[in-house]
Design a protein. Structure first.
Lengths: 337, 309
C-alpha cells in the first residue's frame, strides 16, 4: 500500500506555473462563474470606454471645442457647440454613470452575502474545516480571494468610467458638475472603496445571520445605508475653502466648485442672513447694499478637491472594511460554531 | 494495560462539557477510546452525539474539560491532519464534479491518498466527472466517504452516516468502511440511533443520554457486566429485592417481569441470570435515566496514568 502514498508538498509544486493551490484554488473554484462574469464585464466596459474616449477627444479636436473650455455664458457659438457636444457625448454616459451607484451593491449582495452564509446554510463549512485547515485560515481565503477580485474588477470598471468621463467632465466644467452623485460615485477610487466595503458588509452579514437570502437582503439595506451616510459625510472629509468678496452679488466660489454653504456679508465682513425681500426690488444690488449686504461669502470645494476627496472617502471605506474584518475574526474565534 | 504510554488513546475526553445558550448539550464527559477500535456512539436524538463528535472534529471548542486525539489537543494541527469527519448532512458542494471534490482533499491536506479515494469512488461506479448535485443519495455518501478515507485518517468520526440510505447501500458502505479501516488500522467512531446497524460491526460502545455518558467500554466487557433475570409477574418482587445488585431497569411483558441488573455478588439460583444481547443492553439504558453510569476500566479516562505511576 505504500506505493499509493502521496505526500503533498505545496511549496515544491508551486513552481509549476500559475496553478492555484489549496484554499485559494477552492475559493476560486467556488466563485469562478461570478469571477469570470465580473472579469468579462470589466473588459467589455474598458474596451467600450476606450472607444468612447477616443471618439470624444477626436470630436473636441475637430470641432475646435477646446477653445470653449470654461465658458459659462449660456449663449453664443460656444454655447451652441457645448450644447450639441453634451447631446452627442454626455447624454449617453449619464445612465452608465448612474448605474455605477449599484456596482458596490452587486459585489456585496452576490459575492459577499452568500460567501459564508451558503456554507453555514448547507453545512459545507464542516467539510472544509475538518480537512487540515483551521477555520481562521479558511475565513482568510474566503475573504481575501473575493477582495482581490473585487478590487481588480471594480478598479478596472472605475478606471474605464473615469477615462470615459474625463474629457467631457473637464470640457463641460460647471455644466456637468463633478460633485454631483453622478459622475462622483461612478468614477475614481471611491468605486473600489465602496465595493470593498459593501463586500465586507455582505461577508459579515453572512457570518452572523448564516442564511443566504437573509444575508443578501441585509447587505442591500446596510450597504445602501452606508453609501447614503458616506454621501452626506463626503463634503466634510476635507477642509473647505472659504472666500469672501465685497461689492458683488455673485458667489465668490469659482465656476466648477462644490459650494457647501454661502451667504451675504456686511461691510465689516460679518455673515448676515440673506434678504428675500430684495428679490422683488427694482434694483436688486442696490436694495442689498441699502440693507447692509455689501458682499458674499462661500464655503466650497474647488474642482481640484475631486481626487483628494475621493481618496479620503476611499480611505474611510477601507477603514470601515478593516473594522468589519476584525469583527468577523472575533466572531469566528468566539462565537461561530 | 500497564505500559501504553507509547501508543496514546485514539480519543480521550476528560471532564468534557459544552454549553449552548439553551443549556448544556454535553456535561462532564470522561472516557477514553483505545486505538484501533470500532466504536458505536449511541443515544437518542438530541442526546449530545453530534456535539461530542463536533468537539472531537475541532469544530466546537469545549466549554469545560479537554478532548485529546492520539495525545494531541483536538484543535491542534497534528490532530486535524489525522482525523476525518463526516457530518450528518454529508455536505458537499453540489456544483463541484466528483473529481473536484476529491481535489478538495488533495489541496487541503498535507497527507492525501488519491488512490484510496479513487478506489472508494470506483467501487460504487460513480463517474468522476459527474456533478455532485446530480448523484443519488447513496452515491453522494460514497463521495463523502472517499473524501474522508482519502485522508487515511487515524481517527474517523462519522455522525449518523447511513441514516438516509437504503439497507443495501448501507450494507455496501459499511463493508467499504470496515475494509478501509481494517486496512489502515483506523479507529472509527460512528454515531447512530439504529441499534441494529451497530451489532456485529462495533467492538466498543459509548452510550450518551441527556448530555452525559451512561455506558462506555468494550462491548464484551459491558455485556459481561450485566445479566438479564426474569420471573413470573406474581413473583416480581423477588427481582426488585435482589440483595446487593444494581437494577438498571425492570419491565413486564407477557406475564413475566424481566430485569437488567449489574451483578455485584452471587445471585440467588432461582432467577436464572443470562447475558443480555447488545440490543437489550442498549434499550434498557436508553429507557431509564437513573441507572448509575458504567465506565469499564478499558474506557476509564486517566486509568492509564494511575497504573503507570
Amino acid at each position: 500500500m505504500s506505493g499509493s502514498l502521496t505526500v503533498n508538498r505545496p511549496s515544491a509544486r508551486t513552481s509549476s506555473g500559475l496553478r492555484l493551490r489549496g484554499l485559494t484554488w477552492l475559493v476560486w473554484r467556488q466563485n469562478r462563474l461570478a469571477f469570470w462574469i465580473g472579469i468579462g464585464v470589466a473588459v467589455a466596459v474598458a474596451a467600450y470606454a476606450i472607444v468612447r474616449h477616443q471618439e470624444m477627444t477626436t470630436a473636441i479636436a475637430q470641432g475646435h471645442i477646446d477653445a470653449c473650455r470654461g465658458t459659462t455664458v449660456p449663449a453664443g457659438e460656444c454655447s451652441h457647440k457645448l450644447n450639441s457636444f453634451t447631446q452627442t457625448y454626455q447624454f449617453p454616459m449619464r445612465r452608465p454613470l448612474q448605474a455605477m451607484l449599484a456596482l458596490p451593491l452587486v459585489f456585496g449582495v452576490f459575492l459577499g452575502g452568500p460567501q459564508l452564509a451558503q456554507e453555514f446554510e448547507s453545512g459545507t463549512y464542516r467539510t472544509v474545516c475538518t480537512q487540515s485547515v483551521t477555520r481562521l485560515r479558511w475565513f482568510a481565503a474566503k475573504l481575501l480571494v473575493p477582495v482581490v477580485l473585487t478590487v481588480l474588477i471594480s478598479g478596472t470598471i472605475a478606471a474605464a468610467m473615469t477615462w470615459w468621463w474625463q474629457p467631457a467632465g473637464s470640457l463641460l466644467g460647471g455644466w456637468f458638475p463633478w460633485w454631483q452623485w453622478y459622475p462622483y460615485d461612478g468614477v475614481g477610487p471611491v468605486v473600489v472603496g465602496l465595493s470593498v466595503l459593501s463586500l465586507l458588509i455582505g461577508v459579515t452579514a453572512g457570518l452572523i445571520l448564516r442564511r443566504t437570502v437573509l444575508a443578501m437582503g441585509a447587505t442591500v439595506v446596510l450597504s445602501a445605508g452606508a453609501m447614503y451616510l458616506l454621501h452626506s459625510l463626503r463634503g466634510h472629509l476635507l477642509p473647505t475653502t472659504l472666500a469672501t468678496v465685497q461689492h458683488t452679488t455673485d458667489s465668490p466660489a469659482p465656476a466648477n466648485a462644490w459650494v457647501l454653504a454661502e451667504g451675504a456679508v456686511d461691510a465689516a465682513g460679518r455673515r448676515v442672513p440673506d434678504l428675500p425681500d430684495c428679490y422683488a426690488a427694482d434694483d436688486y444690488a442696490k436694495c442689498l447694499v441699502q440693507h447692509g449686504r455689501t458682499g458674499r461669502w462661500a464655503e466650497f470645494h474647488p474642482s481640484s478637491h475631486l481626487w483628494p476627496l475621493q481618496w479620503a472617502e476611499t480611505g474611510l471605506c477601507l477603514l470601515l472594511a478593516a473594522a468589519l474584518t476584525g469583527l468577523c475574526v472575533w466572531w469566528i474565534r468566539h462565537r461561530a460554531a | 494495560m500497564t505500559n501504553r504510554t507509547d501508543s496514546p488513546d485514539a480519543l480521550e475526553a476528560v471532564g468534557l462539557g459544552r454549553r449552548y445558550r439553551r443549556g448544556w448539550a454535553l456535561r462532564d464527559c470522561s472516557f477514553r477510546l483505545p486505538a484501533g477500535r470500532i466504536c458505536a456512539l449511541v443515544g437518542p436524538n438530541g442526546a449530545g452525539k453530534t456535539t461530542l463528535l463536533s468537539l472531537a472534529a475541532g469544530l466546537l471548542e469545549p466549554s469545560t474539560g479537554t478532548i485529546r486525539l492520539g495525545g494531541q489537543a483536538a484543535r491542534s494541527a497534528e490532530a486535524r491532519q489525522h482525523t476525518a469527519f463526516l457530518s450528518q448532512e454529508k455536505a458537499l458542494y453540489t456544483r463541484f464534479r466528483v473529481s473536484d471534490t476529491l481535489r478538495i482533499g488533495r489541496e487541503l491536506n498535507p497527507i492525501w491518498h488519491q488512490e484510496t479515494a479513487e478506489r472508494v469512488i470506483a467501487a460504487g461506479n460513480v463517474p468522476m466527472d459527474a456533478r455532485v448535485g446530480t448523484l443519488s443519495g447513496g452515491q453522494r455518501t460514497r463521495v463523502a466517504f472517499a473524501l474522508a478515507l482519502g485522508k487515511r485518517p487515524r481517527l474517523l468520526l462519522l455522525d449518523e452516516p447511513m441514516a438516509d440510505l437504503d439497507p443495501l447501500v448501507r450494507r455496501q458502505m459499511t463493508d467499504t468502511l470496515m475494509t478501509e479501516a481494517a486496512r489502515h488500522g483506523s479507529t472509527v467512531v460512528m454515531s447512530s440511533h439504529l441499534v441494529s446497524e451497530l451489532e456485529g460491526a462495533c467492538d466498543f460502545l459509548v452510550l450518551i443520554n441527556n448530555g452525559t455518558v451512561r455506558l462506555a467500554g468494550d462491548v464484551a466487557e459491558l455485556i459481561g457486566a450485566h445479566r438479564t433475570v426474569s420471573a413470573p409477574d406474581a413473583h416480581a418482587d423477588r427481582l426488585a429485592k435482589l440483595p446487593g445488585q444494581t437494577t438498571v431497569e425492570t419491565r413486564s411483558a407477557g406475564g413475566r417481569t424481566t430485569a437488567l441488573i449489574r451483578p455485584r455478588g452471587p445471585l440467588t439460583a432461582d432467577v436464572e441470570p443470562v447475558l443480555p444481547s447488545l440490543e437489550e443492553l442498549l434499550l434498557a439504558h436508553l429507557r431509564t435515566d437513573d441507572a448509575p453510569p458504567l465506565i469499564t476500566p478499558t474506557a476509564r479516562a486517566g486509568a492509564r496514568r494511575e497504573v503507570t505511576v
